[in-house]
Design a protein around this ligand. Structure first.
Ligand SMILES: [Fe+2]
Ligand SMILES: [Fe+2]
Length: 488
């Protein structure tokens, strides 16, 4: 029990065992409990200052993680977001688990931080942790223009779960990294997305999320980076990190869903409106915009943008840090346990793309050094499958248009292509030409203004803004005019 006598005579008692749903035996870990009790009010301050704006009194139909049983880990109900129970949940321990890769392969997993990898592990956890509150900050103002109560609820669901992911990383920091960990936990609440002096660590998390199309693209592309990173960390030989990430992945699946179905519903609405109006040329932007829907070429430009900034999150394709983390058994590959090789990789190579003599070519690199490059390629495949499902929607309605992922060298700031100028088709051009043509590939101010002009809130039960289709099914099988958010 925390005794808080700030209020003078009245002693307010908060039971943190109940406040923080957990399966880490918080009640019997006095040191951890004390550290989290200190951090929790600061977390709430951060939420109120930087989280979803003016939403304190709303009752939101949210999923709360309360356990890790695959059949019933969450409960649904209307809650006010500041009262949400951000818990600490680890996937169940696997008895006899061994380190699956790297030079310690086959040794028992670590339950404590190995001294020699302490700095490396701390950095990985901090970088992952930093992305979680960052996206909440980026999405702070979106509820004002929500296209429906359903979408508003999904936004808030993603937000509270990113908050819980921050808790998951903070748990690891304060439990396993002593004083340094506690300091890092504080700093995670001090940095701010796009802040001049104390920005978030990674570039994509300092970009704006100015409208709902950007939100759906972000959850499709950038949360998918999150999924890939978590999947690699879920392989970790540091068992508490592995178990944390494995449980986070169950929540992350919903974020992918929000992104894929969000963009899918935009596409569906546009195609249906075009069909009803008898417009067959998807590139006739003026005609399509006259219908107050988002034309597909502009949607493609948004794909181009979010894809490029997200690919940069994977870091340099060839990286000694990547090699060190793999070799040490700290961060594995995507689905490491399903791969059929020696999981040590000292004698393997991997093909990395780069520009040589103004052409993109593939060159063999030692596989260990190319760990980041490989994760990037796995991401590209995963994202491509989702884009394929969008194209199926377009085809079904009979519109002649295909959404494509640009070449992986397009608009990159980090890694092999950071000094090159590459078109979405993969042609290497010079800077002058690239600058002259970039409006063909990326949203102009005019495009952004058009999208913004559609962003009017639509908050009637069961209704949707004109630029987006209704979802096929409700959350938790709720009926179509369910009140997902109660706004007074
Ligand atoms: Fe997350
Ligand atoms: Fe996420």
């Amino acid at each position: 029990m925390l005794k808080d006598d700030v209020l003078g005579e009245a002693v307010v008692e908060i039971n943190y065992d109940e406040l923080i749903p957990n399966n880490v035996d918080l009640a019997n870990d006095a040191r951890l409990k004390k550290a989290l009790e200190r951090w929790q009010p600061k977390y709430l301050d951060w939420w109120n200052e930087a989280g979803p704006e003016e939403t304190r009194d709303m009752d939101v139909y949210l999923r709360t993680a309360v356990g890790v049983d695959p059949k019933g880990w969450a409960r649904f109900g209307h809650v006010k977001m500041p009262d949400y129970r951000w818990g600490i949940l680890l996937a169940p321990k696997e008895e006899g688990r061994v380190i699956p890769f790297g030079k310690h392969k086959g040794e028992p997993v670590w339950q404590e931080v190995p001294g020699e990898y302490r700095a490396l592990l701390r950095r990985l956890i901090v970088v992952q942790g930093d992305t979680e509150p960052a996206s909440v900050e980026q999405q702070r103002y979106l509820s004002k223009t929500a296209p429906s109560l359903y979408d508003m609820r999904n936004l808030f669901q993603v937000n509270v779960e990113e908050g819980r992911h921050l808790w998951a990383m903070v748990y690891l920091l304060v439990k396993y990294f002593g004083r340094d960990g506690r300091e890092e936990a504080e700093e995670l609440l001090e940095r701010r997305s796009a802040h001049e002096d104390k920005p978030r660590i990674l570039g994509a998390f300092n970009e704006e999320t100015p409208d709902w199309l950007a939100f759906f693209m972000f959850t499709f592309f950038t949360d998918r980076d999150g999924k890939m990173q978590l999947a690699s960390l879920a392989q970790s030989g540091f068992d508490p990190l592995s178990r944390s990430c494995r449980f986070m992945l169950t929540e992350e699946a919903h974020h992918m869903f929000v992104g894929e179905t969000g963009v899918g519903r935009v596409i569906l609405r546009t195609c249906e409106a075009m069909k009803n109006a008898g417009i067959t040329d998807a590139n006739d932007i003026e005609a399509v915009r006259a219908l107050d829907v988002i034309d597909l070429p502009t949607l493609q430009k948004r794909v181009n943008f979010h894809y490029g900034v997200t690919l940069d999150l994977f870091g340099s394709e060839v990286s000694t840090n990547g090699a060190t983390a793999f070799n040490a058994g700290i961060k594995g590959r995507y689905r490491e346990n399903k791969l059929e090789d020696d999981h040590v990789l000292t004698n393997d190579t991997y093909k990395v793309s780069r520009v040589v003599n103004s052409k993109i070519v593939e060159e063999e690199e030692p596989a260990l050094n190319a760990i980041n490059g490989r994760l990037l390629d796995d991401y590209i495949k995963d994202a491509g499958a989702g884009v394929g499902r969008w194209n199926t929607l377009i085809k079904k309605i009979g519109i002649n248009f295909e959404i494509t992922l640009p070449n992986k060298g397009f608009n990159r700031k980090i890694g092999e292509f950071s000094d090159d100028f590459i078109t979405p088709e993969g042609d290497v051009i010079n800077e002058e030409l690239w600058t002259a043509r970039q409006d063909e590939w990326l949203c102009t101010e005019n495009d952004a203004r058009y999208i913004q002009s559609l962003m009017k809130p639509c908050l009637e039960k069961g209704k949707y803004a004109g630029w987006i289709a209704a979802p096929r099914v409700g959350i938790n099988k709720q009926h179509s005019d369910f009140e997902y958010v109660k706004i007074d």
